[in-house]
Design a protein around this ligand. Structure first.
Ligand code: ATP
Length: 282
């Protein structure tokens, strides 16, 4: 039995969402706890206009991933509403909601099947060329071609036979293939080396152009050009503004930024270079 069920008479999200238009995301006074005795999000308000990029930052456990899980409706809010283009997501079918949203999650789940199957899962029925194109954009094609069984290589139980970065790139290829209207990246490139990350980010940037994106990342330097950065702390929104404005007025953000700068400096010159920006200004 599912915890989250469709309402009787739930309709599909308006079709235009899958046709490259709109995609505004809004949280209205959202309060949520995984259990009734522990509140995780408290009165969260946020709006991502269609086609804009919102980054969510904050200390570990602040509730960043929880926001993305509520948008995908893995759970229902305890109070408040989550809206896409003004429609409460509880009023639409989960199938249509999840067709409109692509997620590259923190922990990628792969099926004990082939690499081809795992990428194609993003869009069942996709052709050979489309799968390879997605794999190239996710910087995994060359690696796959170097394996004896190429795309027929089996990944093992939950992707055991792949490294963290390889798994993450399979997940990115899967989401690129899905071609969703709204893209959620939850630490999507955290397991990649800086060079691969730069290439994958450049491709995600191309794919994300004109789409609504919600990006959770601890690597603040890759987020500075997002339209807005939402700063979360202990389940509450501390502030939401551009990088420059937050540096001037948000203490939590300034602390996160200072911590990261110190950390990069202590790692030496290779790490002191700014991380490749995920989102560049248009
Ligand atoms: P991180 O930066 O470490 O990924 P986060 O800001 O994304 O953290 P969340 O994953 O949203 O944090 O978790 C917020 C809080 O909710 C944490 O205290 C966590 O322990 C709790 N939590 C997360 N998932 C569950 C769950 N399935 N059941 C119960 N509590 C959970």
């Amino acid at each position: 039995p599912q915890d989250v069920a469709d309402r009787p008479g739930a309709r599909s999200l308006p079709a235009h969402l899958t046709d490259n238009a709109a995609g505004e995301v809004r949280f209205e006074h959202v309060t949520f706890g995984y259990r009734s005795n522990r509140i995780i999000l408290l009165g969260v308000d946020l709006t991502v206009p269609a086609g804009h990029k919102l980054a969510i930052v904050g200390p570990t456990g602040a509730g960043k991933s929880t926001i993305t899980r509520l948008l995908f409706r893995f759970y229902d809010v305890t109070d408040g509403r989550v809206l896409i283009d003004g429609t409460d997501i509880r009023d639409v079918t989960q199938e249509s909601l999840r067709a409109a949203i692509g997620v590259v999650p923190q922990d990628t789940v792969l099926f004990n099947d082939t690499i081809r199957y795992n990428i194609a899962y993003g869009r069942p029925g996709a052709g050979e060329a489309e799968i390879e194109h997605a794999a190239r954009l996710a910087q995994i094609h060359d690696f796959v071609m170097s394996l004896p069984d190429r795309y027929e290589t089996r990944v093992g139980e939950r992707g055991l036979k792949l490294s963290g970065g390889e798994k993450q790139r399979v997940a990115i290829a899967r989401t690129i293939l899905k071609n969703p209207r709204i893209l959620i990246l939850d630490e999507a490139t955290s397991a990649l080396d800086p060079e691969s990350e730069a290439l994958v980010n450049a491709n995600l940037l191309r794919i994300g152009k004109g789409r609504t994106m919600v990006i959770v990342s601890h690597r603040l330097s890759s987020l500075t050009e997002c339209d807005q950065i939402l700063v979360m702390e202990k389940g509450k929104v501390q502030d939401c503004a551009s990088h420059q404005v937050l540096l001037e007025r948000c203490t939590v953000y300034r602390q996160l930024w200072a911590q990261q700068t110190r950390h990069m400096e202590s790692q030496g010159p290779r790490h002191a270079a700014p991380a490749p920006a995920l989102i560049q200004g248009d």
